[in-house]
Design a protein around this ligand. Structure first.
Ligand SMILES: O=P(O)(O)OC[C@H]1O[C@H](OP(=O)(O)OP(=O)(O)O)[C@H](O)[C@@H]1O
Ligand SMILES: NC(=O)CC[C@H](N)C(=O)O
Ligand SMILES: [Mg+2]
Length: 508
């Protein structure tokens, strides 16, 4: 998952973009970038690392201008090379930069077409560079010196016709403004907000999650609809238009399970409330399956499961205790590249408080079990800390299928639940009891708020992909290209550089 942000303001946007990216850091820890423009020149800084490591004072000083976009990256295509950090840039037409959250499922075909038919060279394996070039080509075809809003919207319509998969995008057209759009299924989130400057003029922000808006003092106006585009000119004039022929809203349910911050509201659904409900339905399942349970204490596996675990304990009427303390300086382990790093980080990140475990039957709660890295380590830690029985509950159903829409789960064989029954998984993780949320319950937890949501993108649980273009051949190719071993073969153990020379990076 990546985080995207774009601002059109009446004063310099560098600090607000930086702040918004730190608020969206949970969506991508691999790389960060900001591009701004002033007087028809753009200023770009991007590199691998966390926001605080990529931008130093000297970079911030150079990022001048009242319009800009930013990105935090968690790679799902190409490599972790800094050359694939975003925003991407293409010089023609107008000088366009682009930040993308999601993953294109037809990037290979598009890349070939771009070269053979559109005579455009793609220099990386990033699907986002492909997306940028499709948008640029469609704008260029219109051949205008000054693009109008109609031309920009028609280029977005053409992107919808050519691109498949998931994309929430913010592009900046140097000298003109920023345009944000969402794929016709609205798989990845994007919303926009406004605030009034001291001189009374309107300022706008587009972002992946509403929390980025509220943290920067913007008021949420609304979510961008699936297929819709929002174009904000440099003077603050805002236009919106539906650019897809047949849009449907199928947001990714995993945003509510894990990715998004609890204080965000996505497509009108509060992530916090959804997670509370997940705890509630989990507790009801415990009571259904084992009314005479002997759970002494419910313990969350920080961070994401906290909200659900708290509510589960409340509904069960048992104690809720912080049995694991999280090292605040270690980031999210699931979105780290490479299994070795993830495994090591679980131990560095979480440490038990023995007295909460000693002699007790503990119910450990996590939001999800994906590769099983966290739960295997945690169950053992609970036993080492003296627990009598270790039960484990996941607020999401078993994750059995790869994700192709912006979550880095490319390989079914790396998923602990793939081809395994719940009983087999229980044995693998060494728990005394393993309980998963039912999919129907999970869907109920996020539904009933927004009638525009026609359904949820639940492919990691069901193997059904809403874009309808994902077949076994595609999944096999993805598995071959992106399984952990393969990625490290091609990118090196540090995964910091795969030899692609980056054309656009600012000097350090
Ligand atoms: O089964 P796994 O492959 O281990 O993946 C699932 C775990 O990874 C995530 O935690 P993460 O540390 O990324 O983030 P968090 O601190 O937000 O919970 C998620 O919350 C689970 O704990
Ligand atoms: N997680 C994402 O949204 C990734 C965006 C893009 N596919 C990349 O790999 O950079
Ligand atoms: Mg976690």
């Amino acid at each position: 998952m990546c985080g995207i942000v774009g601002i059109v303001s009446t004063s310099n946007v560098n600090q607000s973009l930086y702040d918004a990216l730190t608020v969206l850091q949970h969506r991508g820890q691999d790389a960060a970038g900001i591009v701004t423009f002033q007087d028809d020149r753009f200023y770009l800084r991007k590199d691998n690392g966390l926001v605080r490591d990529v931008f130093h004072t000297r970079h911030m000083r150079r990022l001048v201008g009242n319009v800009g976009i930013g990105h935090v990256r968690y790679p799902t295509a190409g490599s972790s090379s800094s050359a694939e950090a975003q925003p991407f840039y293409v010089n023609s037409p107008y000088g366009i930069t682009l930040a993308h959250n999601g993953n294109l499922t037809n990037a290979d075909d598009l890349s070939k077409d771009l070269f053979r038919t559109d005579l455009r060279h793609i220099n990386t394996n990033s699907d986002s560079e492909v997306l940028l070039n499709v948008f640029a080509h469609e704008l260029q075809k219109l051949g205008k010196l000054d693009p109008t809003k109609d031309e920009i919207f028609s280029a977005v319509s053409a992107v919808h016709k050519r691109c498949r998969g998931a994309y929430a995008v913010i592009a900046m057209i140097t000298g003109y403004g920023i345009v944000g759009f969402r794929d016709p299924n609205g798989i990845r989130p994007a919303c926009y907000g406004e605030r009034t400057a001291e001189d009374g003029r309107k300022e706008y922000m587009i972002a992946s999650e509403s929390v980025a808006l509220s943290a920067a003092g913007y008021t949420l106006v609304r979510d961008i609809a699936p297929g819709e585009a929002v174009y904000i000119e440099t003077d603050g004039t805002l236009y919106t238009r539906q650019c897809a022929e047949d849009p449907h809203l199928f947001p990714c349910i995993f945003e509510h399970v894990y990715f998004a911050r609890p204080d965000s509201i996505l497509d009108k659904v509060s992530v916090y409330k959804a997670r509370l409900r997940m705890g509630e339905t989990l507790a009801e399942k415990v009571l259904r399956e084992c009314p005479d349970h002997d759970i002494d204490v419910v313990i969350p596996i920080p961070d994401t499961s906290r909200t659900s675990a708290m509510q589960m304990a409340h509904r069960l009427g048992v104690k809720f205790r912080e049995g694991f303390i999280k090292n605040r300086y270690i980031g999210r382990t699931f979105i780290m590249p490479g299994q070795k790093m993830r495994k090591k980080s679980v131990r560095q990140k979480l440490n038990p408080i023995d007295l909460e475990f000693r002699g007790k039957n503990v119910m450990l709660v996590d939001d999800s079990i994906v590769r099983g890295t966290t739960c295997k380590e945690i169950v053992q830690m609970a036993r080492d800390a003296g627990a009598r029985k270790v039960y484990f509950a996941s607020a999401a159903p078993p994750v059995r299928y790869p994700n192709v829409y912006g979550i880095d789960m490319p390989s079914a064989s790396e998923l602990i639940a793939h081809d395994c029954t719940v009983e087999e998984i229980r044995e693998l993780i060494g728990a005394d009891w393993l309980l998963y949320q039912d999919l129907d319950d999970l869907v109920t937890c996020v539904s009933d708020v927004n009638d525009d949501i026609e359904g949820w993108e639940c492919s990691v649980f069901t193997g059904k992909y809403v874009t309808g273009d994902v077949d076994a051949a595609y999944l096999n190719r993805l598995e071959e290209l992106r399984n952990d071993d393969k990625r490290f073969e091609s990118t090196g153990a540090t995964s910091s550089d795969n030899g692609i020379i980056d054309l656009y990076n600012d000097e350090d």
